[in-house]
Design a protein around this ligand. Structure first.
Ligand code: NAP
Ligand code: G4F
Length: 343
């Protein structure tokens, strides 16, 4: 029997890779999208088939994590086997500017969705997009047993979501899991996250369109993996015999400075000629170092990442340079240039 999945955040980086993966596995995929005055579906346009077509397997529905009633009716009508809650205000720096909105979407939005599952009475498996930001000030290596110490409104909201997911598992015997994912990137990464900001700047500088890029803290260490590999881990968590929480990470950390050096070097540029400091990109409280220990996911789910931050820098620089050379819509170009995608 064909499985049915609902993805919130389907228009985001991870949502687009997960939709590809599930469609390739033969799922019927439903995605929650926000109504916007402009199109926000560029990352999934290549997957879209007119719903009147009998071959259509991807269906999009308007909705928002701030609208609980809508979530109940949607879940009851779709009746999915699996729900992936990827929607969030996901930018840490922005969460300091919009703490209340972040709490509402990234925190309360999760309990709205869990309640919608409970109230609609459906039997489904639930994935919560938890984050290595939960570890915050606790030094690496971090695994499932490491103490949480959130350092931003975003991380505090994700902490609530982590615990409410666990609570619904224990209180209502729901198959609900947390994927504690360390940073994962791709050519589809949002343009204001540090890796994509760097690789887009490298492409623009190489093309002579820009001279400088302004950055914040270059000393931060992150464990960067490849988003396309991480969505496979999400799926594996929901196929397990018992619900449990898992860290997904590469186990390798590098600084923002090293990511910059590799990215500029790969394009034949000297980063020190082009990178400038701007304090606006600092955070009131920083997370200094995140390096995950993915042993549990490897042993229990058989999940092993193959691409780390050093390789990613080169993949993303190549994609952004090619996208710029082909001009047009850089989003659509980078979606199609991504070697991992199905198209
Ligand atoms: P992303 O690219 O920022 O995508 C976020 C998605 O959430 C978008 O589809 C966005 O819709 C949607 N969204 C935002 N607010 C919403 C609301 N109120 N109602 C419904 N949808 C809403 O994030 P991502 O990198 O794919 O990450 C996916 C999830 O994993 C997020 O929850 C993120 O916090 C978490 N996470 C990410 C990482 C990482 O390194 N990427 C690591 C750990 C955890 P629009 O397209 O309309 O804006
Ligand atoms: O790319 P970032 O904005 O990602 P951050 O804060 O680590 O959060 C991302 O990963 C989390 C998982 O750990 C997710 F939960 C979250 O949703 C998001 O996807 O920043 C990475 C580092 C930070 O230390 C930041 O201070 O880069 C530093 N940085 C230095 N200059 C900068 C900049 N970050 C951004 N965005 N822009 C800069 O100019």
């Amino acid at each position: 029997m064909k499985k049915r999945a609902l993805i919130t955040g389907v228009t985001g980086q991870d949502g687009s890779y997960l939709a590809e993966l599930l469609l390739a596995k033969g799922y019927e995929v439903h995605g929650l999208i926000r109504r916007a005055s402009t199109f926000n579906t560029a990352r999934i346009d290549h997957l879209y088939v007119d719903p009147h077509d009998p071959d259509a397997k991807l269906f999009l529905h308007y909705g928002d994590l701030s609208d609980g009633a809508r979530l109940v009716t949607l879940l009851a009508s779709i009746n999915p086997d699996e729900v992936y809650n990827l929607a969030a205000q996901s930018h840490v720096r922005v969460s300091f500017d919009e703490p209340e909105h972040t709490a509402d979407t990234t925190g309360t939005g999760t309990v709205r969705l869990l309640e919608a599952v409970r109230l609609s009475g459906i039997e489904t498996r639930f994935y919560q997009a938890s984050s290595s930001e939960l570890y915050g000030a606790t030094p690496p290596p971090q695994n499932e047993e490491t103490r949480f110490y959130p350092r931003s409104p975003y991380a505090a909201a994700k902490l609530y979501s982590y615990w409410i997911t666990k609570n619904y598992r224990e209180a209502y015997d729901m198959f609900a899991v947390n994927g504690i994912l360390f940073n994962h990137e791709s050519p589809r990464r949002g343009e204001t996250f540090v890796t994509r900001k760097i690789t887009r700047a490298v492409a623009a500088i190489k093309a002579g369109r820009q001279e400088f890029v302004y950055m914040g803290n270059l000393d931060a260490v992150r464990d960067w993996g490849y988003a396309a590999e991480y969505v496979e881990g999400m799926w594996r968590m929901l196929q397990a015999d018992v619900p449990d929480d898992y860290v997904l990470a590469t186990g390798t950390g590098i600084t923002v400075r090293e990511f910059i050096e590799i990215s500029f070097g790969h394009a034949g540029l000297n980063w020190e000629d082009h990178v400038r400091f701007d304090e606006r990109y600092l955070r009131p409280t920083e997370v200094d170092a995140l390096i995950g220990d993915p042993s549990k996911a490897r042993e229990k789910l058989g999940w092993t990442p193959t691409i780390d931050g050093r390789q990613l820098a080169k993949i993303m620089v190549d994609a952004d340079i090619t996208a710029l050379e082909h001009a047009g819509d850089p989003w659509i170009d980078t979606v199609h240039l991504d070697s991992w995608g199905t198209k």
